[in-house]
Design a protein. Sequence first.
Length: 106
Amino acid sequence: MTPRSERTLIVLRHAKSDWSGGEADIDRTLNPRGQSQAPDAGSWLAENVPAIDLAIVSPATRARATWALASAELNDRRRASMTVRMPHPSTICFRLCGNCPTSFRT
């Protein structure tokens, strides 16, 4: 039997979003608090996670903005990023992670 490779899955929820407008849920932006939270999350990742091989990001505006601000704080800018329309996030994430190259660890 081939040994399974050990991988780390990190789940980062979007930062605080703005509910004040009448836009569709997918189009909600980050509010000022969220704009300061996202870089803080990126700083934490930079200090605690050696490398991120792949980021799977929802197409929601708030999620893409969170990742853009968080990933700007990372030391290694070579990571891959993919935006995926997710019918059910947990299902698609596990499928995508399961099909990643074995060299991807985080």
